[in-house]
Design a protein around this ligand. Structure first.
Ligand code: HEM
Length: 505
């Protein structure tokens, strides 16, 4: 334990009030305000500043890991007037997400997002509205994914465009824009029924605006908006950039919805928007036939706009970053790349495209992809949650309405669960016979009722894109360059920009 941390724990033990700032040394002191009173047996945590709480504590997973070393696996922070509990390590996260699933199924009201989402759509909604939207979204994904196999076919088609784009790049390049374009097209096919050219200026701009929102959402300055929205509403800052970006993105989505309405045929749904319009109509018909209408479900135009935003936001950055991590690991560990290519050559060969049915015959590739997700750790703190009722977790009392953050990164690197948590090691997912083995602590998609809705889609996209690329190309470091494995932590954890050398096989 470093000196700084010893200092911190001494202060905790002596009960001296202070403001935690792991990045400023020495710690800054303040006195508690009457607002800070916690219920008895509430999880411990750094003393907050009056009105501001622990707002100077960086809200990223590395800071949360350090705080857990000081305060334990269930600790608390205060962001403005909101109390927040952070849950760390496989055992405790499993307890929260799986064993006590009903207690932690809600989303909190985060002002930075509430301004845009307004509790509608899928990702940030609660209660009945969330349940109906989740059921609807799940059905849509299943219909296009598993039953009609439309998704597999469209991902395979997109792989062709992706590989062609890599071929035209020749030599050294940063794969980010092409990978983002390819992944977002799989979500676009599902949502709008169409793909966009990787050089389509308008759609690329929408993706850039969204990417900027994800980046800004993780910054300290934007998070200040969560502390005093009433004040920052009128002041400039990154939160205003986010609101302006979201306005442009939702305008684009409204345009797509209007176009869909013009040639919408309920008997022949093309995509998510068409299916949602049918769902809206159902509620409309209910209303006019005097049957019980269901406005609480929130199937209306605003709900549709935000549900489309949910699909793009939740589905693009996450899968594209996983693939960027994957290619980075391949150039860092060429011997692992060679083994994946050997398996592809053996199972798929060079004369056809990889398909999902190949997965069962490719345990090594599956293990590498799982390790890419574990080590890449793209959503390190999961999405925020809120306790739906008074609960006890790890022996601490958590009152209804408390914000909860489940540190998924601490699960994916839990030293009690992984043999070599801080090393890229596909062996984590292989048994002694070289067969693929599942691991309980593999939770990049979270777990429980609120777990990622797009897990199957994401796994299909990652497998088909990754194997198609390695079937056709070999990736290596650019001469004289050593890309870093240290990610850039925004809301997501993404690789720092890197360039690579691509050669056709
Ligand atoms: C590698 C790719 C992905 C990762 C790592 C990932 C991870 C996650 C995580 C950690 C959550 C939060 C779960 C929780 O609150 O406990 C989540 C939620 C969600 N994800 Fe994903 N995701 C990925 C891809 C996708 C894709 C492709 C889609 C769909 C197009 C998608 C749709 C969603 C939705 C709609 C939610 C909100 C679920 C709810 O609130 O009920 N995700 N995802």
């Amino acid at each position: 334990m470093c000196f700084h941390r010893v200092l911190l724990s001494n202060f905790v033990e002596s009960g001296v009030p202070y403001v935690m700032s792991l990045y400023s040394s020495p710690p800054v002191f303040t006195f508690p305000s009457p607002m800070q009173k916690n219920p008895s047996n509430f999880p411990p945590g750094p003393w907050p500043l009056p009105f501001l709480g622990t707002v100077f504590t960086k809200m990223d997973f590395r800071t949360m890991n350090k705080l857990a070393e000081v305060y334990g696996n269930v600790f608390s922070l205060r962001v403005g007037s909101e109390k927040m509990v952070v849950v760390t390590g496989y055992k405790m996260v499993k307890e929260a997400l799986i064993t006590q699933n009903d207690s932690f199924v809600e989303r909190p009201n985060v002002p930075l997002f509430h301004k845009v989402y307004k509790g509608t759509g899928l990702t940030m909604s609660n209660g009945y509205r969330w349940r109906t939207h989740r059921k609807f979204g799940g059905l849509h994904l299943r219909m296009f994914g598993e039953e009609k196999k439309i998704l597999e076919h469209s991902i395979q088609q997109e792989s062709v465009y992706l590989c062609d784009a890599f071929k035209t790049e020749k030599g050294l390049f940063n794969p980010m824009i092409i990978l983002n374009g390819a992944v977002s097209n799989t979500v676009a096919c599902l949502t709008f029924g169409q793909r966009f050219d990787y050089h389509d200026e308008y759609y690329q701009r929408i993706l850039r605006l969204d990417n900027e929102c994800v980046q800004l959402a993780g910054t300290h300055r934007a998070q200040l908006y969560n502390v005093c929205p009433w004040l920052l509403e009128y002041l400039p800052g990154p939160h205003q950039t986010m609101f302006s970006n979201y306005k442009q993105i939702t305008d684009f989505l409204r345009g797509e919805i209007i176009k869909h309405r013009e040639d919408w045929d309920p008997s022949n749904p093309r995509d998510f928007i068409d299916n949602y319009l049918t769902e809206m109509e159902k509620y409309f018909l209910f209303f006019f036939s005097q049957k019980k209408s269901d406005p609480k479900a929130g199937f209306n135009i605003e709900g549709l706009v935000i549900s489309c935003l949910d699909m793009i936001e939740a589905g693009t950055e996450t899968s594209a970053s996983t693939l960027r991590w994957g290619l980075l690991f391949m150039i860092k560990y060429p011997e692992i790349q060679k083994k994946v290519q050997a398996e592809i050559d053996r199972v798929v060969g060079q004369s056809r495209q990889p398909c999902l049915a190949d997965r069962v015959d490719m345990p090594y590739t599956e293990a590498v992809i799982h390790e890419m997700q574990r080590f890449g750790d793209v959503v390190p703190l999961g999405f925020p949650k809120r306790s739906a009722k008074d609960t006890t977790l790890g022996g601490f009392f958590i009152p209804k309405g408390t914000s909860i953050s489940t540190n998924l990164s601490s699960v994916l690197h839990d030293p009690n669960e992984w043999e070599t948590p801080d090393t890229f090691n596909p062996g984590h997912f292989l048994n002694e016979n070289g067969q693929f083995r599942k691991r309980d602590a593999f939770l990049p998609f979270s777990a429980g009722k609120r777990a990622c809705l797009g897990e199957q889609l994401a796994r299909q996209v990652i497998f088909l894109f990754f194997t198609s690329l390695l079937q056709q190309f070999t990736f290596s470091k650019c001469p004289g360059e050593e890309p870093s494995l240290e990610g850039e932590v925004w809301f997501t954890n993404v690789p720092s920009p890197y360039r690579m050398c691509v050669s056709s096989r």
